[in-house]
Design a protein around this ligand. Structure first.
Ligand code: KG4
Ligand code: ZN
Length: 333
């Protein structure tokens, strides 16, 4: 019955979770709101706020799981990829806790953990499956052959899908992070109102920078003619942008599913919280006979629950890290 304490601090959310025998019993997430005013995450500020949040987040996670810190068998932590200053806080905490309790530490790759979030609940995909991992920093189609045997078969050549959401919202004058706000406005708008281009990229790769430029010019030209263009049409603009981002993502996913002959299809990462994407995948699944797996909302955006489940499966394999382990801003699978 291993008890795993997990820490996630790769970007701007401080999170701690406890997993007992493969069951995630708590998942505490402290969001940082300080970045809203800056239109994006300020790394130095993120690191400082992690330092303030980490001890209370761990205390709450242990409390909610009704687990004493003396019962913890191992500490799992995000080693990378992410912001170095942010990662450093989680890595240092994990090491210090483990040293004090004389227990092992387990390093986890954040992008693998997003995929492994599907093993938290009862409805688990079977290997091999395809996972579309879409976050603020990544857009990947991952061929998942086993818990830690994953291959990125397609990825973005420039911006990530979440970045496209966040940059569009910035153009529209909405605060950071804009993805959830685009989602909210899109529900009230017409996705057919405006047509944005779908890039023609070979294979399973993506590109979002051309879309971003076309959105920028579209807004600039319309605002030049009518100052109130954004305010009057925000719902239709958001619905059309979201609709195009979703169609780019799902068309590539369909192409990969056909190529690999795989019918277990999963979504992961912060953008998998998007209503249009969730609905779109369900529709495609019904049409093509896929078994679709969409994580619970709390396990879509950054969270330590996914680090805990990844840590649990590494614990079972006896894969522990050395105390000398350092965080990595870039960390391939
Ligand atoms: O996985 P995540 O929490 O952090 C990273 O590892 O990047 O993903 C954050 C991204 C942000 O770009 C945010 O705008 C986007 O996920 N996001 C959404 C929604 N909720 C979060 N995008 C669209 N619709 C949402 N409901
Ligand atoms: Zn993430």
């Amino acid at each position: 019955m291993p008890v795993i304490l997990a820490i996630e601090s790769s970007c701007d959310d401080t999170s701690a979770a406890v997993c007992v025998d493969g069951v995630v019993l708590s998942n505490v997430i402290a969001n940082q709101t300080i970045h809203e005013a800056y239109g994006g995450v300020v790394p130095e500020l993120a690191s400082r706020v992690h330092q303030q949040n980490i001890v209370p987040a761990v205390q709450q996670a242990l409390q909610r799981a009704k687990v004493s810190k003396n019962d913890v068998d191992a500490v799992a932590f995000t080693r990378g990829p992410g912001l170095l200053g942010s990662l450093l806080v989680g890595v240092s905490f994990a090491k210090a806790f483990a040293l004090a309790k004389n227990i092992p530490i387990i390093e986890v790759n954040h992008m693998q953990a997003h995929v492994l979030a599907h093993f938290i609940g009862d409805n688990k995909p079977s290997f091999p499956f395809l996972c579309l991992t879409v976050s603020g920093g990544h857009t990947q189609i991952v061929l998942v052959k086993d818990y830690f045997d994953m291959e990125v078969v397609g990825q973005t050549l420039d911006d990530a899908a979440g970045e496209a959401m966040d940059k569009t919202s910035k153009i529209l004058g909405l605060p950071y992070p804009g993805g959830p706000l685009i989602d909210k406005h899109a529900r009230l708008g017409n996705p057919e109102a405006y047509k944005f281009p779908e890039p023609q990229i070979p294979g399973f790769d993506f590109s979002f920078s051309g879309l971003k430029t076309s959105i920028l010019y579209f807004i600039r030209d319309n605002v030049a003619q009518n100052q109130d263009f954004i305010a009057e049409n925000i719902n239709d603009i958001c619905a059309s942008v979201e609709g195009r981002i979703v169609s780019i993502l799902l068309n590539k996913l369909k192409k990969a599913a056909d190529h690999y002959g795989i019918k277990d299809i999963a979504l992961a990462g912060g953008v998998s919280a998007n209503t249009g994407l969730r609905l779109g995948l369900k529709e495609m699944g019904a049409k093509y006979g896929w078994n679709c797996f969409i994580p619970e909302m709390q396990y879509c955006t950054d969270n330590a629950g996914m680090i805990a489940i990844a840590g649990y499966h590494k614990y079972l394999k006896g894969e522990f890290a050395e105390q000398s382990v350092a965080p990595l801003a870039r960390m391939p699978f």
